[in-house]
Design a protein around this ligand. Sequence first.
Ligand SMILES: [Zn+2]
Length: 158
Amino acid sequence: MDKIPSFQKNHNVLQPGMYFSTLQQGVATFDLRFKKPNAGDYLSPAAMHTIEHLLATALRNGKNKSDIIYFGPMGCRTGFYLLTVHTDYRAALCCLKDAVRAALAMDFVPGVKKAECGNYRSHDLAAAKRELLGYSDLLDSITEAQIEYEQKKFEEAK
Ligand SMILES: [Zn+2]
């Protein structure tokens, strides 16, 4: 059995950030790492679920909404995956920053009626916003050198 790309990444050295993962059939996967793996601090299930609702809504209403293929949580509760088309690292980072800002401005959780969600009681807007605020600061701290490094990985995958 082949080891899939996300298991080949060395999680012992992975820091929170946003990383380019793969480009397959024109679809780019980005690793939105909120938490350092295996460090004892994880997203709570309710915060992660609310972030999923907020950011999915923001991404799909943003100016690049037609380029968003998928956004969803990692089972290990240390981050999310963002799948896009026509979006290199730099453009995806820009989309994500806009979406995080839009999510932080929401004062309600979209899609939380019982008919709209599979676990509608499991939400925590305050905790989701705390996590998003931290991640927003982290995205703003990504240096030009780091952007160029991820952009180069993206270009090499084409
Ligand atoms: Zn839901």
